[in-house]
Design a protein around this ligand. Structure first.
Ligand SMILES: Cc1cc2nc3c(=O)[nH]c(=O)nc-3n(C[C@H](O)[C@H](O)[C@H](O)COP(=O)(O)O)c2cc1C
Length: 201
């Protein structure tokens, strides 16, 4: 198991170009989405929404506002991971989650006391952070079955949200992840040494 995980970590790289002739199976897509679904989130609120963008014209339009990055249109699947914005304790989505997971009253109170005073900006920041945990798991899950990916933040967010036609009062899109199969060999992985980045206190 340790070897399998290590292999996936070394297989994954930020793939810049995908093989347009090699579609991934729906089964593999579901495997990757499941990794997102099973990811941890603050209070278990699952503050995410996974948009699988298959519309070719929409992908072209997104590419045009994403530094023309070829990953957007060459990938077999493009997933925009959205975070939920209406996540105060009184919002319907959160009320439903509380009920669904049978949150006891003290935990609802803790959530309300902790989250509700956040400014809109801080709330957005908190909610969008959860998305990156799912994103990392999805990319590693993909790598574990030989599927490449590339996290993408290099895009005009307002433009992408408009192109997708999402309700921006409800969702924000901080990251796009194309998935598919590489065309080129992956470059050498560059990372700092553990001794440079780990501090034992
Ligand atoms: C949040 C985030 C945003 C990124 N945005 C882009 C992007 O817009 N375009 C791109 O080609 N790579 C993007 N990357 C990939 C990084 O540049 C890459 O992961 C880093 O250079 C390390 O390379 P590696 O992933 O191949 O090991 C992004 C990575 C992260 C984590």
């Amino acid at each position: 198991m340790r070897n399998d995980f290590d292999k996936a970590m070394h297989f994954r790289h930020a793939c810049k170009l995908f093989d347009t002739t090699k579609p991934m199976s729906n089964e593999d897509l579901t495997f990757i989405l499941e990794a997102g679904r099973l990811s941890p989130s603050s209070f278990g609120m699952e503050q995410w929404q996974f948009f699988v963008i298959r519309d070719t014209a929409m992908r072209e339009a997104i590419k045009a506002v994403a530094w023309n990055q070829p990953q957007i249109t060459t990938a077999s699947e493009l997933i925009a991971i959205g975070y939920k914005k209406k996540v105060r304790s009184t919002d319907t989505y959160i009320q439903n989650q509380f009920d669904h997971f049978h949150f006891p009253e003290p935990l609802r109170q803790l959530y309300a006391n902790w989250i509700d005073p956040y400014s809109d900006e801080k709330l957005d920041c908190w909610s969008s952070r959860q998305v990156y945990i799912a994103a990392a798991n999805m990319m590693t899950a993909g790598a574990s079955i030989g599927i490449d990916s590339c996290p993408i933040e290099g895009f005009d967010r307002d433009a992408v949200e408009k192109i997708m036609g999402i309700d921006t009062e409800t969702y924000g899109i901080p990251v796009l992840i194309p998935f598919g199969y590489r065309v080129k060999e992956q470059p050498q992985l560059h990372r700092s040494e553990l001794s440079d980045i780990v501090t034992y206190i």
